[in-house]
Design a protein around this ligand. Structure first.
Ligand SMILES: Cc1cc2nc3c(=O)[nH]c(=O)nc-3n(C[C@H](O)[C@H](O)[C@H](O)COP(=O)(O)OP(=O)(O)OC[C@H]3O[C@@H](n4cnc5c(N)ncnc54)[C@H](O)[C@@H]3O)c2cc1C
Length: 461
């Protein structure tokens, strides 16, 4: 009789771990998931961060594959564009795409997390052990040491162990400390704080609902994403030190003045702003780069554990979900874990590096460029070129958010060429009417390859 293979140990039941467990279970693997926190379906107050997330085409594609998207309908709030609130009060909606279906969706992190676990446990029978925290890895003995709910140590073999334990990954730290991989963690000088914008007393939304609101203030910004009950969750991104900063705004009066001066239109609709500020911690933001993401056939890092990015493209979780599909495809394509991990890393590393770079660049776009007239002309031209040449020119933002068939790596490469063309074509223009559109079309046709041509050179599993 052949012996059943040992269970795959997966650490972390966040979005990455829960989705990956479903995919592996569907392939017939015996997966045991270890999660440090209590079950968020039974302890909603402990379900973690309250914020909502932007879900875009890459994440949607993954959720569709496990039949989850249907169950999310009704809980997603579409966002059709950026609703920009400049200092001068002249607000404007900047649509994200050229087509009506080019929207991103706001979803509550807690709702999505609970649903993923419901499906993993209820429908696929995944064995999830909550309140089991990975403490350390004993590389010589070949096991991980976890603490159970009674704080007793338990040993779990690491052949293999899949680490989905997030940006602060313990597993990554152990791999780096023992020089099995190289890790570079780059902290952003800015942190963030979440604040609430409740629905109006009659239940209507305090702001136009189907948009992601941005208050760009040059060096910092406030954003707000809609919730399905008419409220918004706002996030302030601000320097940790300097002036103004989370450190310099140290008392209630300074905080109140900051809101009155920088965000006078929305401050009155945030009655809890000072209490929220005082009660909620400053969140850390940074980029994690690791190489490689695996060690032999023993351990692989997936999701934020491998490549946390700053949140300014709204792609962190979307990228993690793409990772899950990629690892699942590698499991199907190769017979041993080391080949699977190596193929997964080769496929995803260049894409993770690309979205990390684009996410950093997007911070400047959101907090400053969106109110720059040059950016607005270039955006208008980019959309016009997409209408004229849809097989050749797609604005970079749209490639990332609405075109999962275009890998991040390709979106970044083509985006760089497109940025150069847009800058040159709008050098003397103060509006789209100043641009010779037929000449612009000819320049793009001469200098930018059709997308299909580039796609044929992309590495697949
Ligand atoms: C402010 C902010 C806004 C964001 N907005 C967006 C957005 O709009 N769109 C988007 O796509 N992404 C967004 N992201 C990114 C997104 O949150 C992450 O990419 C995503 O949560 C990563 O999922 P993960 O499962 O890999 O890690 P996590 O969500 O961090 O989950 C890791 C899990 O592992 C568990 N764990 C950790 N350590 C251990 C241990 N030692 N033992 C056992 N379990 C452990 C944790 O409890 C947790 O459940 C945002 C991030 C931030 C900070």
């Amino acid at each position: 009789m052949s012996k059943a293979p040992p269970p795959v140990a997966l650490v972390g039941a966040g979005p990455t771990g829960a989705l990956l467990a479903i995919l592996l279970k569907r392939r017939g693997s015996h997966v045991v998931v270890y999660e440090a926190r209590p079950d968020p379906r039974r302890h909603p107050e402990e379900s973690g961060r309250s914020i909502n997330l932007a879900l875009a085409a890459r994440g949607i594609r993954a959720l569709e594959q496990v039949g989850l998207l249907e169950r999310l309908r009704g809980k997603l709030v579409p966002m059709r564009g950026r609703f920009v609130h400049p200092r001068d009060g002249r607000t404007a909606l900047q649509p994200y795409g050229t087509r009506a279906d080019e929207t991103i969706h706001s979803i509550s992190r807690a709702t999505l997390g609970r649903l993923l676990l419901d499906v993993a446990v209820g429908e696929y029978g995944v064995d999830v052990r909550f309140e089991h925290r990975l403490d350390a890895i004993d590389w010589h003995a070949g096991h991980a040491v976890l603490r159970d709910p009674h704080d007793h140590p338990i040993e779990v073999p690491i052949r293999p162990l899949i680490a989905c334990d997030g940006a602060g990954s313990r597993v990554r730290r152990s791999l780096a400390d023992t020089r099995r991989i190289e890790v570079y963690e780059e902290a952003l000088e800015h942190g963030y704080k979440e604040l609430s914008i409740p629905a109006m007393t009659d239940g209507t939304a305090a702001l136009p609902r189907e948009a992601l609101h941005v208050w760009p203030r040059g060096d910092h910004m406030l954003i707000a994403l809609p919730n399905d009950d008419g409220s918004f969750t706002a996030t302030l991104f601000l320097r940790r030190r300097g002036s103004p900063s989370f450190e310099s705004l140290a008392d209630r009066r300074a905080i109140a003045t900051f809101f009155d001066e920088d965000f006078p239109d929305i401050a009155p609709r945030m009655p809890q702003r000072i209490a929220d500020w005082c009660d909620r911690p400053v969140g850390f933001l940074g980029t994690v780069r690791a190489a490689p993401w695996y060690h032999r056939d023993q351990v692989v890092l997936v999701g934020d554990a491998a490549h946390a990015v700053v949140p300014f493209h709204g792609q962190g979780m979307n990228c993690c979900f793409e990772d899950c599909l990629a690892l699942d495809a590698c499991v199907a394509a190769y017979g041993d874990w080391e080949s699977r991990f190596a193929a997964f890393y080769a496929l995803r590393k260049p894409n993770a590096d690309a979205i990390a770079a684009m996410s950093l660049e997007n911070y400047e776009e959101m907090r400053a460029k969106v109110v720059d007239p040059r950016f607005q002309v270039q955006s208008a031209l980019a959309h016009e070129l997409e209408r004229r040449l849809p097989d050749r020119f797609i604005p970079r933002y749209s490639m990332v958010m609405f075109h999962p068939e275009i890998p991040y790596q390709l979106a970044e490469r083509r985006g760089r060429i497109q940025a150069g063309l847009l800058a040159a074509l709008t050098a003397d223009a103060s509006s789209l009417a100043d641009v010779d559109l037929d000449a612009a079309q000819r320049v793009v046709e001469a200098q930018l390859a059709p997308i299909a041509q580039d796609l044929s050179s992309v590495t697949k599993v």
